[in-house]
Write a protein that binds this ligand. Structure first.
Ligand SMILES: C=C1C[C@]23C[C@@]1(O)CC[C@H]2[C@@]12CC[C@H](O)[C@@](C)(C(=O)O1)[C@H]2[C@@H]3C(=O)O
Ligand SMILES: O=C(O)CCC(=O)C(=O)O
Ligand SMILES: [Fe+2]
Length: 380
């Protein structure tokens, strides 16, 4: 019997492109235009001079690194994720995995206080640090959404921002740690002497396995290997604000197997349009597909705020985005309904498709057809 040859996987290609960086201290009307343009064209931009105090970010980063540096038994006390809590390698409930460990928290203060008890030996300090960070980043997300409201010329320009400002908002906060592939690295410190960096692979797992490796062709057309930390997906919420340390890893999908690396800048925030904002804008803004790769040499830490509406909030295309030429693409749904559907699907799935008004094409089965332009018929 002849063994079937494996289906060839088209290698992903890396295409470095200039991604939008928006200085929030520029003239407001310019900032509004730049935000709208980036959200329409890519669903992604970076913001600088954002006003989130440096010490707030530094304190959060220190707490996160301290947590992940602990031995596995200590970290496991904060798990398993339900989906909140400490998780390691498993993402969601449907078999997705990645070379990542994480803490997923609800931004509700009672929930943070409760979770902190299993996360830190000084739960008060941990919960205060998270509260300060989440408040500051939420204010930034509110500011951006108010500008989106202005840019879209909404009759109530603050309508979008109110969804995440609401005391009952279902926003979540995630700390992702991508240990480097080597457990001990040597670096040269300021004195010119050599340091051993043991903070890198503290997950206690065997990182030598080749699972999760994929072929990647870089800009010069040379095939290199990359390890996926957090696989391709879009974020379900309204707006995501991500800050990472100065280690490269985040990539934005340009479609067709092309990936744009995001250069790391600890002083900026990356902003992703999420699925809910794509629906609210009737498809005018794009919910960006992205992924995170593991850096072979240095551990990467990302701190991610996902701004979401309250569970009972109704999501439907805003009337200002629906015209005779651009009829409503999505049926109304509540955030609770959307979240439930999201958790029933795999990470890479197109979660908005089942909410489209028109009979459409989706490919939410487990093969790789969506990468080849094949689509199956959706609920007719
Ligand atoms: C596989 C899954 C993990 C996820 C829930 C889901 O079923 C599909 C979406 C995933 C995602 C991506 C963005 C955020 O990191 C996240 C918290 C979210 O809201 O949707 C995760 C979910 C998760 O890890 O629990
Ligand atoms: O860590 C990153 O850079 C990406 C993480 C991410 O996309 C997520 O947590 O949803
Ligand atoms: Fe994401």
């Amino acid at each position: 019997m002849v063994a079937a040859s494996p289906t060839p996987v088209r290698p992903d290609r890396i295409r470095p492109i200039g991604l939008p960086v928006i200085d929030l201290t520029r003239k407001r009307s310019d900032v509004v235009d730049l935000i709208v343009r980036a959200s329409e064209e890519l669903g992604f931009f970076k913001v600088v001079n954002h006003g989130v105090p440096r010490h707030v970010v530094a304190n959060m980063e220190a707490e996160a690194f301290a947590f992940f540096a602990q031995p596995p038994p200590e970290k496991l006390k904060a798990g398993p994720p339900n989906p909140l809590g400490y998780g390691y390698k498993n993402i969601g409930f449907n078999g997705d995995t990645g070379e990542v460990e994480y803490l997923l928290l609800h931004t509700n203060q009672a929930s943070i206080n409760h979770r902190s008890k299993t996360i830190s030996e000084d739960p008060n300090k941990f919960s205060c640090t998270v509260r300060e960070y989440v408040e500051a980043v939420k204010d930034l997300a509110v500011e951006i959404l108010e500008m989106v409201g202005e840019g879209l010329r909404l009759t109530d320009p603050k309508k979008l921002a109110r969804l995440i400002r609401d005391g009952e908002s279902d926003s979540v906060f995630r700390l992702n740690h991508y240990p480097s592939l080597i457990s001990t690295t040597t670096t040269t410190n300021n004195n010119g002497t050599v340091d051993k960096d043991n903070n890198n692979n503290s997950s206690g797992r065997d990182m030598s396995s080749q699972q999760g490796w994929c072929n990647v062709v870089n800009g010069g057309g040379v095939s290199v290997k990359g390890v996926v930390g957090f696989g391709e997906h879009s974020d379900p919420q309204i707006l995501t604000l991500l800050r990472s340390n100065d280690v490269v890893g985040l990539q934005i999908s340009l479609g067709d197997g092309l990936w744009a690396p995001v250069s790391p800048d600890p002083d900026s925030f990356c902003v992703n349009v999420g699925d809910a904002l794509q629906a609210l804008t009737n498809g005018r803004f794009i919910s960006v597909r992205h992924r995170a790769m593991v850096n072979p040499y240095r551990s990467r830490l990302s701190m991610v705020y996902f701004g979401a509406p309250p569970l009972h909030a109704r999501i439907a295309p805003l009337p200002e985005t629906v015209t005779a030429q651009t009829p409503s693409l999505y049926r109304p749904f509540t955030w609770a309904e959307y979240k439930k559907a999201a958790y029933s699907l795999r990470l890479s799935h197109s979660r908005l498709d089942p909410f489209r008004t028109v009979a459409d094409f989706v490919d939410n089965d487990d093969d790789d057809d969506h990468r080849n332009g094949f689509h199956g018929l959706n609920h007719l």
